[in-house]
Design a protein around this ligand. Structure first.
Ligand SMILES: *Cc1c(COP(=O)(O)O)cnc(C)c1O
Length: 506
């Protein structure tokens, strides 16, 4: 792409940019349309790594065609692979074409959504209102879109802190106030990080044990709060989890909500992926009580399949949220008219000033898919989890390691002898390196287990069987200590891989 003579960044010839843009768009549509035929993951080769690590800072203008060629060669094939139907690791969303196109539109508008009198702000407000409706929150609830649930949970903790200590905490700090928060031992570690970043110290967070289903033990919570009150501490916050990251367990949100109201504690819910089960009629009853919370953090980029990144925080009492973040500044003064009208702005609801137009992709996706289709995706992945659990229960060499509440299945390959933690970790690494499937691992009751989180809207029943067949095959080979010359998974309908991916010494 040739640049104009004047020092602008616009091209000299817009037609050249247009042609290249069309090609990129075609390539990316092909990429999405044919993702199933690709391996889930490919390790980034040394040459590509070197191309990144040794590249010099460009001083002179270059060619967009070359930059794009470098993207195609070194970047595009070597992502983590979460758009692939057999990516089942961690809890990742699969993305979608509507979201991808919306990202391009948002990129062209290059909106700064700190605020301002502009249509994109109304889109974000609409997305917040729709979110409130999806979760059964009042339509005037406060909220903003953020990077993800880590930040959304931090905002929840900060709003609860300000509600507990009053807005003086913003000038005086928490000082020695003995604030105490409670969450389950299965909560995501971003809750502990949020308590840390809020200046409370992680010891202010009590990790309440869970029952056999991975749900917070309410009796233990009641005891912990009573003990803290007796010791002169200041309980202020309970964080419930709707969908734990390990097993998908959902706390008894209705009981937590009642308890918090009685004890005058802020009730926040980490619903990073699980909150979206509200869109699935068959799963909704599991989340009873979610709509009663003071605040909820959740992601659009997981079960809702929005392209990264898009998280959301909703706060029942919008005034509590602005009381935590709004601050006067001469250069950011609200006006009755003109561009600076229409306060409060998103910058009054969270820590960011400059912000992108995340709301556009969510708004477009909701129009194209509707909450019904998105709810179907949620329901379908839970059905696949049930099918996977049933298959595991039928296979004598496999054992299930946790109940299946939603879409996460934890299991192990069993062998008569040997280090089963190591064997299962190696099965997972083999699956990933062969590009067949990408589950991850976690530790439950001190044992390493294979964890398949079914989040991707592209995953089908046959993918479940491919995963199980491959786990069995690799497990048998590894526990039988067979040394394959070149392992081929051609029978599993995966493209053949040239390199042998492992060899064990006997
Ligand atoms: C993914 C996840 C988080 C963190 O959310 P991010 O969007 O990755 O910041 C928090 N809690 C749970 C239960 C999660 O699954």
């Amino acid at each position: 792409m040739t640049l104009d003579d004047s020092p602008t960044l616009d091209p000299k010839d817009w037609e050249e940019a247009r042609a290249l843009g069309h090609r990129m768009l075609d390539d990316m549509i092909d990429h999405l349309a044919h993702v199933r035929e690709q391996p889930v993951w490919r390790k980034m080769p040394a040459e590509s790594r070197a191309a990144m690590r040794h590249a010099q800072l460009p001083r002179e203008p270059g060619d967009l065609r070359e930059a794009y060629a470098a993207f195609q060669t070194h970047v595009q094939p070597y992502t983590a692979g979460n758009i692939h139907p057999r990516f089942m690791g961690w809890v990742h969303g699969g993305g979608n074409v509507v979201g991808m196109l919306a990202e391009m539109l948002a990129g062209a508008l290059n909106v700064n959504l700190a605020g301002f009198s502009q249509a994109p702000l109304e889109i974000e407000r609409l997305v917040i209102r729709w979110s409130a409706q999806m979760l059964g929150f009042p339509s005037d609830a406060g909220g903003i879109l953020v990077t993800g649930s880590s930040l959304a949970n931090l905002i929840g903790v900060l709003v609860a802190r300000t509600a507990a200590l009053g807005s003086d905490v913003r000038s005086q700090g928490v000082g020695n106030a003995p604030l105490r928060a409670y969450t389950s031992a299965q909560a995501h570690n971003c809750i502990s990080r949020a308590v840390d970043m809020a200046g409370l110290g992680t010891e202010a967070l009590r990790l309440i044990p869970t029952d056999a289903d991975g749900r917070m033990d309410i009796a233990a919570l009641i005891d912990a709060v009573a003990n803290d009150r007796e010791a002169g501490n200041l309980p202020f916050l309970v964080v419930g989890t709707a969908g734990t990251v390990n097993t998908g367990a959902v706390d008894d949100l209705a009981a937590l909500s009642l308890f918090c109201r009685r004890e005058k504690l802020w009730f926040h819910i980490d619903g990073a992926f699980g909150a979206m089960a509200m869109l699935a009629p068959s799963l909704r009853p599991l989340l009873l009580g979610l709509s009663e919370a003071d605040s909820v953090a959740f992601d659009f980029h997981k079960w809702m399949q929005a392209p990264y990144d898009a998280g959301c925080i909703l706060v029942r009492d919008a005034a509590a949220q602005t009381a935590t973040f709004a601050s006067p500044a001469a250069y950011l003064k609200g006006e009755a008219r003109g561009l600076a009208a229409g306060y409060p702005w998103p910058m009054d609801f969270g820590p960011d000033l400059s912000r992108g137009f995340r709301a556009l992709k969510v708004w477009m996706m909701l129009q194209v898919y509707g909450t019904k289709r998105l709810g179907c995706v949620v329901e379908h992945t839970c059905m696949l989890a049930k099918a996977l659990a049933a298959r595991i229960d039928r296979e004598p060499e496999l054992e299930r390691a946790a109940p299946v509440a939603l879409n996460i299945v934890c299991f192990r390959f069993r062998a008569a002898a040997g280090d089963l933690d190591r064997l299962n970790a190696e099965i997972v690494a083999d699956l990933q390196e062969a590009g067949i499937a990408a589950p991850s691992t976690t530790t439950l009751d001190g044992r390493l287990v294979i964890r398949a989180a079914l989040v991707n809207h592209r995953t089908r029943r046959e993918d479940i069987d491919i995963l199980v067949d491959a786990v069995l095959k690799i497990g048998r080979e590894r526990s039988g200590r067979i040394v394959p010359a070149v392992l081929s998974y051609a029978h599993l309908a995966i493209p053949a891989f040239a390199e042998p991916y492992y060899a064990i010494a006997i």
